[in-house]
Design a protein around this ligand. Structure first.
Ligand SMILES: Nc1ncnc2c1ncn2[C@@H]1O[C@H](COP(=O)(O)OP(=O)(O)OP(=O)(O)O)[C@@H](O)[C@H]1O
Length: 220
């Protein structure tokens, strides 16, 4: 069986006349940090959504640890819950829930009990340096703190892969650097692979490997 976390073979995705991803072959190894770079409109976010199983390719295949991703929506959601943590530019936290409740949310569909969900969420918030803010709502937190809550939420299910779309895009450069340093520390501690779509040179430089997209294909 393959040890790769993810592999794509010839995946394509079009929206009407626009081909966003035009035949991409790539793989993600355990624990590696891969940056996906390229100009605006080159297909980076579309590719990330395909890797996340948020969208399905029109052609080609994606395998996870040697097995093809399920086509069925519910099975795909189960796969995602078990294997993937997602982080977005705009944090995507639920404004009416506390930091703790936001982080615990991905654990709900499982059979984990209330006390265990709370404990696991609190551990993750402590790990991102927010153990003293668990009762705060997103609106009471800074941008950098909100992104740390989002990272704790992405980690709570202990995924082998974190996918992040412009995670520093809404942050000033020093806060962005803090988030980058935190990802690095957590990756050492936890051992997940990290795939980041980014325009941020610092993030791209910090990665083990860079994949450059142009017009939906890999050029370097
Ligand atoms: N849901 C959609 N419907 C229609 N067209 C889309 C959709 N999503 C993406 N596209 C188009 O596909 C192409 C690739 O878009 P994508 O967002 O993947 O690029 P990107 O490299 O992430 O760009 P950016 O850096 O600006 O976020 C673009 O031409 C875009 O307009």
């Amino acid at each position: 069986m393959s040890t790769e976390i993810l592999r794509t073979e010839g995946i394509r995705k079009s929206f009407g006349q626009v081909t966003a991803v035009a035949g991409v072959d790539m793989s993600v190894s355990p624990k590696e940090f891969l940056a996906i770079v390229g100009r605006s409109g080159s297909g980076k976010s579309t590719l990330l959504n395909l890797l996340a199983g948020l969208d399905s390719p029109d052609a080609g295949r994606i395998t996870s640890e040697g097995r093809e991703l399920p086509r069925d929506e519910n099975a795909l959601a189960d796969w995602r819950r078990e294997h993937v943590g997602l982080v977005f530019q705009a944090f995507h936290l639920i404004p009416t829930l506390s930091a703790l409740e936001n982080v615990a949310l991905p654990l709900y569909p499982t059979r984990t009990g209330v006390a265990e969900r709370r404990e696991r969420a609190e551990q993750r918030l402590t790990q991102v340096g927010l153990g003293h803010r668990i009762g705060h709502r997103p609106g009471q937190l800074s941008g950098g703190e909100q992104q740390r809550v989002a990272i704790a939420r992405a980690l709570v299910g202990e995924p082998s892969l974190i996918l992040a779309d412009e995670p520093t895009g809404n942050l000033d450069s020093s806060t962005g650097q803090e988030i980058l340093d935190m990802f690095e520390r957590l990756r050492q501690e936890t051992g997940f692979a990290l795939v980041v779509v980014t325009h941020d040179e610092k993030v791209a430089e910090a990665a083990d490997r860079r994949l450059r997209l142009q017009d939906g294909t890999v050029v370097a």
